[in-house]
Design a protein around this ligand. Structure first.
Ligand SMILES: Nc1ncnc2c1ncn2[C@@H]1O[C@H](COP(=O)(O)OP(=O)(O)O)[C@@H](O)[C@H]1O
Ligand SMILES: [Mg+2]
Length: 270
């Protein structure tokens, strides 16, 4: 494997995995990187639907919009769990090696649930990005907490999954994964809540082994972007998007995110 693998994962829907995947995809392509894409959310397929919408907009508006190289995986329909597992491992390895031939980066978007493919993806992640809504309610993603005292009782099932993926990497001689927790949908009128969440996250980050990066503020534009297949990087390209202050600020958040991820040899070209 030469390509650098970025995985978007957690065990919650609606936290921003697919939105972040699409924006990173666009940022990497803008930086001149060849990007491969895998959508493991086989039910919702939001990442690949986002890309379909992108292709449709490019055709309709006669725009040039860069696209990644996509690889579609399917579930094994073997009855035996062992055979299904082996078949899917085979398909997953095939996907990676196919994309690896022509790509600098491979982006894998996971479903908000524990699946065999999602586990495989976690164990090949050079960078794992876990978006989280900015609320204490979403902490159960990372740790079991005592509701009253806020005390950490132990790791959550998801932290355990990441821990196992790390063990697998170590035993395969791969370099350690960079686990990045992305605080998404930050609400500006909730400074108190943000500080509280921030403090609790700092505490957890040392125990569980992740670092924290700021994601995107809560903004309605994201829904429209999905429908149009566009990203905040396309603000100037498409007359369907307004260069409003809010959109420009959102684009700056994408820049900050890409910077904070500190990916190999990626400069910000948007
Ligand atoms: N920062 C944000 N502000 C507002 N809406 C957002 C934000 N991030 C994501 N969304 C919206 O939330 C929904 C779920 O996001 P998505 O990226 O599909 O999450 P996931 O892939 O984790 O399920 C989508 O409609 C998306 O447009
Ligand atoms: Mg998704």
């Amino acid at each position: 494997m030469m390509a650098y693998v970025i995985v978007l994962g957690n065990e919650k829907g609606g936290s921003g995995k697919s939105t972040t995947a699409m924006h990173l995809c666009a940022a990497l392509m803008a930086a001149g990187k060849a990007v491969g894409a895998i959508d493991l959310d086989l039910r919702q397929q939001s990442f690949f639907r986002y890309l379909e919408n992108r292709a449709a907009t490019a055709a309709r508006d006669k725009m040039e919009l860069s696209m990644p190289r996509q690889f579609t995986l399917r579930l094994s329909n073997a009855d035996s769990i062992e055979i299904a597992q082996a078949e899917e491992e085979e398909r997953f390895a095939q996907a990676l090696s196919t994309l690896d031939e022509s790509c600098d980066f491979i982006l894998i978007d996971c479903p908000g649930s524990d699946t065999r493919y999602a586990r495989m993806a976690h164990s090949v992640a050079d960078t794992l990005i876990t978006p989280m809504n900015d609320s204490l309610v979403d902490f159960d993603l990372l740790a079991r907490m005592d509701a009253k005292s806020g005390k950490v009782l132990g790791p959550s099932v998801y932290s355990e999954l990441v821990w196992e993926a790390r063990q697998l990497r170590a035993s395969a001689g791969l370099k350690p994964m960079d686990w990045v927790l992305l605080r998404n949908r930050l609400a500006h009128n909730q400074a108190h809540n943000r500080r509280k969440v921030g403090k609790a996250l700092e505490n957890l980050s040392k125990r569980i082994g992740f670092r924290i990066v700021p994601g995107f503020s809560e903004r309605v534009i994201f829904r429209e972007l999905f429908a149009m297949g566009l990203t905040l990087l396309d603000l100037k390209k498409s007359n369907r998007l307004s260069l409003s202050l809010s959109n420009i600020a959102a684009r700056q958040e994408v820049r900050e995110l890409v910077k904070a991820l500190d990916l190999p040899d990626v400069s910000i070209k948007f």
